[in-house]
Design a protein around this ligand. Sequence first.
Ligand code: S3P
Length: 176
Amino acid sequence: MNTEKSPHFVFLVGFMGAGKTSVGQALSRRLGWAFEDLDDRIQTRESETIEHIFRTAGEAAFRIAEREAVRELLAEVAASPRVVALGGGTFADPETAFLLQGTGFPIIFLDASVEELWRRCCEQALERPLRQDLDQFTELYHRRHPHYLRASLRVETGGKAIETIATEVARVLGLG
Ligand code: S3P
C-alpha cells in the first residue's frame, strides 16, 4: 500500500449499514478533507436514483454505471484530498476493485456482524434495492465478505459510535 501519495484519497468499503457514509463524513471533518459518496456521483451522472436504475435497468447495468463513476472519480485524484464512501457492492465487483486497488490509496473495510448491519439498515428510511429479507441479506453478506477482506485495513464497527469509528480509522491511517 502506498500512502505516501499526495493528495490522499481514502476509500471506505463494506456492506450495507456499515456506516460508510456517516463515518466518511465524520472522518472528512476530522481530517479537513472533502467527502464524497459514490452513489451520489452515480445518481448525478445517470440523472436517476439508484433505486430507479436497479428497477429499470437491473443490477448488471448498475455495476457498469458504478464502474464508470469510479473511473471518472479516479481521474480526479490530483484534486483536493478526499474521503470516498463506496457502495456496498462496489468493492465486491472484481473489475471495479481492481481499479481501486491500482490507485495504491488506502481502502478501509468497515465491518460489523450481519445482525447489527441488518438492524442499522432497518432503522434507516433508505431505499436499498439489494436489502430484501434477513436470509437474503445474510447470504449476500457472506458472499461478499471475502472480497471486503482484500481491503488494506479492516475496522470493527460493532457497538461503536460514529465518531469513535472515525477516530479509529484516522489512527489506522496514521492521521489521528
Ligand atoms: C448496494 C449498496 C448501496 C448502493 C446500491 C447497491 C449494494 O449503497 O450502492 O443500492 O450492492 O450493496 P450502500 O452500501 O451505501 O447502501
